[in-house]
Design a protein around this ligand. Structure first.
Ligand SMILES: [Zn+2]
Ligand SMILES: [Zn+2]
Length: 99
């Protein structure tokens, strides 16, 4: 017989219920491990995994890079390194023009 079980979420530390229905589902699937995360964190994780990365070429150094959005034609894509450099330059400019 299954019984509702209280578990602690590994990610957010919240207590959540491993319900009878879920336990039956797990048993059906042959899963022996109990869920480590609450449904909210599981949902978040799934969303993260689903986020696709797109191949792009850096407009400054020509390096192959991956971006979390679909590169748009005509719009410059920068690799991480160039992006960091660029933001530093921008910040520097702002400081100089501030009077
Ligand atoms: Zn959680
Ligand atoms: Zn670059």
């Amino acid at each position: 017989m299954f019984q509702d079980e209280k578990l602690i979420c590994e990610d957010c530390g919240a207590e959540f219920t491993f319900t009878v229905g879920e336990q039956e589902f797990y048993a059906e699937k042959g899963l022996v491990n109990k869920p480590k995360r609450c449904s909210e964190c599981r949902k978040l994780r799934r969303q993260k995994v689903r986020r696709k990365m797109f191949d792009a070429t850096c407009a400054l150094c020509g390096a192959q890079t991956k971006v979390p959005f679909k590169p748009i034609q005509g719009r410059a894509v920068l690799c991480r390194e160039c992006f960091m450099k660029n933001t530093n330059i921008e910040e520097g400019k702002q400081e100089q023009t501030e009077e």
